[in-house]
Design a protein around this ligand. Structure first.
Ligand code: NAD
Length: 480
């Protein structure tokens, strides 16, 4: 960045008002590249949450009666502002989350695409007329907004993940209380500012921060909230799903993953390395669909490791605001200790560090892009989501064997395969237990395609037509 940039002071956004917490409580926001405190985040108490609930309740009554056409206009206007402000929003994200500015700015542009997509979907929330067996009776099916939504978003994509939730819910006619991650609050607040500036009625969107478990417990128990959406770890997702079940509230759960990548004997090796190494180290590996477990055919394994390791070693690690940086710091210090434990355990069980393997000193949370080869299934990293810049390899020789390995974990979010055979591509697409599969391709996120997992990676989809459907209920009216 050449122009001066000041990190904006974080606030709560409740009933259209930008303010600190009623009780005056705050917690620090840290820059992960320097360890410095960059802001004081207001910590909402129950009185603040009650205000947010009342605002969402009142906002829903206004917004559900706003025509889909007018909702779309406001969402498109907000998308335009996001594009105009993408570099600024990107700078906010990079300063609080760490990823390179080019990634953050591109993500702010992607938010605009998400809002544009859902603005259009809002106008196509069609019901239907069902032919009746009773003379003179009309069977009408309507799609209506489900009601006020409680949404919880993590720190790894601090603009696009909140966008998927807010854009879909707002397009459907729902009001929203969102709790973005306390580690990266400014990004979502800047999106809220775009919506506010675009004329979103007050109370339709509310942004709160605080103690995650306290806020989710309080909001989900409220009779005002009719739908819960969460992105984060499987363990927290299961907990929130149980809270939601008490009020029979539907949930969308985007949880952890541990994506297998199968490199078949006939794969284009250069393509497999280029696409998957790029996807692995993007955002320092803190991506739920990051390729992680590489199953490489015996005949290609060593060449794959050599090329992948060369890529990992070539990446410049540094502060995200430095234009030369290819990989930024990890978002918080918890991830650094997690990397150390995963890698130490794997090497202790016979794995080889073909690239990286260690932290990088300094005040920031930097870790080397790492590749571990020949990692046994008993290693923790073969079973738990690493959520960091570490890839692991194993060798395989038969299709059935590799399918068994790829599907052996309770996760089922993303999976990838590389092959030149259309027969193998079709067979592996059928065999993998995953909500999203990339074959000779690595980009699985777009506003127009469904994003979601199976098994313990969650349920429901964000994106695509399914993304809007998640915030609608079906009402049948029989008129005689
Ligand atoms: P964590 O489980 O403590 O938190 C994950 C996210 O959930 C955070 O944003 C946190 O604020 C939120 N959260 C935690 N408890 C909550 C609660 N009771 N109610 C509402 N929100 C709550 O883990 P972490 O150390 O922040 O992140 C590490 C792990 O989280 C990773 O191993 C990864 O599995 C998972 N994660 C997944 C995603 C994803 O995109 N699916 C994103 C971020 C983190």
């Amino acid at each position: 960045m050449t122009e001066a940039f000041t990190y904006p002071a974080p606030k709560l956004f409740i009933a259209g008002v930008w303010r600190m917490a009623g009780g005056g409580s705050t917690q620090p926001v840290l820059n992960p590249a320097t360890g410095e405190t960059i802001g004081d985040l207001p910590v909402a108490d129950e009185a603040d949450l009650d205000e947010a609930l009342a605002a969402a309740d009142a906002g829903f009554k206004i917004w559900r009666k706003t025509s889909a056409y007018d909702r779309a206009r406001i969402l498109h206007d907000a998308a335009r502002l996001m594009r105009e402000r993408s570099r600024y929003i990107g700078s906010v994200s990079t300063t609080e989350q760490g990823k390179p500015l080019a990634e953050s700015s591109a993500e702010a542009m992607a938010c605009a695409d998400i809002f544009d997509w859902f603005a259009e979907e809002a106008r196509r929330a069609y019901g239907r007329i069902v032919p009746s067996k009773h003379p003179g009776v009309r069977h009408m099916v309507f799609k209506e907004p489900i009601g006020p939504v409680a949404a919880f978003a993590p720190w790894n994509f601090p603009t696009t993940i909140p966008s998927r939730k807010m854009a879909a819910a707002l397009a459907a006619g729902c009001s929203v209380i969102i709790k973005p991650a306390e580690e990266a609050p400014g990004s979502c607040l800047e999106l809220a500012r775009c919506l506010d500036d675009a004329g979103l009625p007050k109370g339709v969107l509310n942004v709160v921060f605080g103690v995650p478990a306290d806020i989710s417990t309080y909001l989900i128990a409220s009779p005002v909230i009719r739908k819960v959406s969460f992105t984060g770890s499987t363990v927290v997702g299961k907990h929130l799903a149980k809270l939601a079940a008490d009020g029979m509230k539907p949930t969308t759960m985007e949880l952890g993953g541990h994506a297998p990548v199968i490199v078949f004997e006939d794969a284009d090796l250069d393509l497999a390395v280029r696409l998957s190494a790029g996807a692995k180290y993007r955002n320092a590996g803190q991506i739920c669909i990051a390729p992680t477990r590489f199953y490489v055919h015996d005949s290609l394994h060593d060449a794959f490791v050599e090329k992948f390791a060369a890529h990992a070693k070539s990446l410049k690690v540094g502060a995200g605001l430095d234009p030369a940086t290819a990989m930024g710091p990890l978002a918080n210090r918890r991830r650094l200790s997690a990397m150390g434990e995963f890698i130490g355990d794997a090497i202790g069980q016979g794995a080889t560090a073909a690239a990286g393997g260690e932290g990088i000193g300094g005040p920031g949370n930097f870790w080397q892009p790492t590749l571990l080869s020949d990692v046994p299934n008993s290693a923790r990293i073969m079973n738990e989501e690493p959520f960091g810049p570490v890839a692991v390899t194993q060798r395989f020789s038969s299709f059935d064997e590799v399918v068994e390995q790829a599907n052996r974990l309770p996760y089922g979010l993303a999976a990838y395969a590389y092959t030149r055979s259309s027969r193998t591509a079709a067979d592996i697409g059928d065999a993998l237990e995953a909500g999203m599969i990339g074959i000779n391709f690595s980009i699985l996120t777009g506003p127009e395609t469904p994003f979601g997992g199976v098994k313990e990676s969650g349920h429901g989809s964000e994106g695509g037509h399914e993304g809007l459907e998640a915030y609608l209920v079906t009402k049948y009216v029989a008129q005689g």
